[in-house]
Write a protein that binds this ligand. Structure first.
Ligand code: AMP
Ligand code: ZN
Ligand code: FE
Ligand code: FE
Length: 277
């Protein structure tokens, strides 16, 4: 049965590959279908669908929405959203506004910590003019300027949840993210719950109307997979899988490589069913 990777980023957000490059790689790595799930944008989807048709890889249109709960980042994946839904697109714009404010706050904090980094330098790391800036772009600048020796060090010391420069201005709640996705005809799935280490939060979001859980993710331990698989089964939720491919940084795959975590076309069929497609 065909392999499917339901989580990947392109240059529309903080990935380093264009949709075309990702799809070519997906095909070479034997994937039947690929989910494109950029942070707070669906800008890559039209191109991806076109390239997917050309190359014979089914594209699962998606998004990864950044929300905040108790000061922590919670990512909600949305699949098969109507990407022409005007209200949805307006809401994404305001999410990107918050993201831009957050980026400036991070840079200011880095400056206060004694690292002379500018927004212009961060902007210059974007692979596509219209793309979103994310923390990986900021991490790249820290590596490039020699303030840290690796992307991981940049996150561990400064940009990650427990990092010295971490800031998180108010954003929408995960519940609002779920609503946004469902209102636009999509299917809301909780991204990488293992990273939040909070089963109560997951139960709360399931009760709220989550349709599935990303059980398989490169940052999940075997224990995480067991916990979230059981939780999904208990509530008859969809179990998804994805590599969270972000392309390459410093010559290495940043996060998982395409297909490193995968599910089957049956999951795609069920996502479509839930979206009424
Ligand atoms: P942002 O959307 O700007 O908040 O950035 C989120 C992205 O930063 C994630 O998709 C990851 O690519 C990366 N990221 C966040 N936390 C970490 C971490 N602790 N280690 C490595 N990468 C991380
Ligand atoms: Zn990312
Ligand atoms: Fe994420
Ligand atoms: Fe992601």
């Amino acid at each position: 049965m065909g392999k499917v990777d339901l989580h990947s980023h392109t240059v529309a957000s903080d990935g380093t590959c264009t949709a075309q490059e990702s799809i070519e790689r997906a095909k070479n790595r034997g994937l039947t279908a690929l989910g494109i799930t950029d942070h707070d944008t669906v800008a890559a989807i039209p191109d991806a669908i076109r390239e997917g048709e050309r190359l014979g890889v089914e594209i699962v249109p998606g998004i990864e929405i950044s929300s905040v709960d108790g000061g922590r980042d919670i990512h909600v994946l949305g699949y098969y959203i109507n990407i022409e839904d005007a209200e949805f697109l307006t809401r994404l714009e305001s999410l990107r506004d918050v993201r831009n404010i957050r980026n400036r706050m991070l840079v200011e904090k880095l400056n206060e910590l004694g690292f002379p980094v500018t927004m212009a330098e961060v902007e210059s790391r974007k692979k596509e003019k219209t793309g979103n800036i994310g923390r990986p772009h900021i991490a790249e600048v820290l590596v490039e300027k020699g303030f840290v020796s690796s992307m991981q060090e940049a996150f561990d010391k400064y940009l990650g949840q427990d990092g010295a420069a971490y800031v998180n201005p108010p954003r929408i709640s995960p519940e609002e993210a779920i609503d946004m996705i469902h209102k636009a005809g999509g299917v809301a799935i909780l991204a990488h719950p293992g990273l939040y280490n909070d089963t109560q939060l997951v139960e709360r979001l399931i009760a709220y109307g989550l349709k599935g859980i990303e059980v398989h993710h490169p940052d999940h331990s075997e224990e995480d997979e067991k916990i979230y698989e059981q939780m999904a089964d208990k509530h008859s939720l969809l179990k998804t899988a994805g590599s969270d491919f972000h392309g390459f940084r410093n010559g290495k795959v940043f996060h998982g490589d395409l297909g490193e975590r995968s599910t089957t076309v049956d999951t795609v069929r069920r996502l479509k069913e839930l979206a009424g497609k």
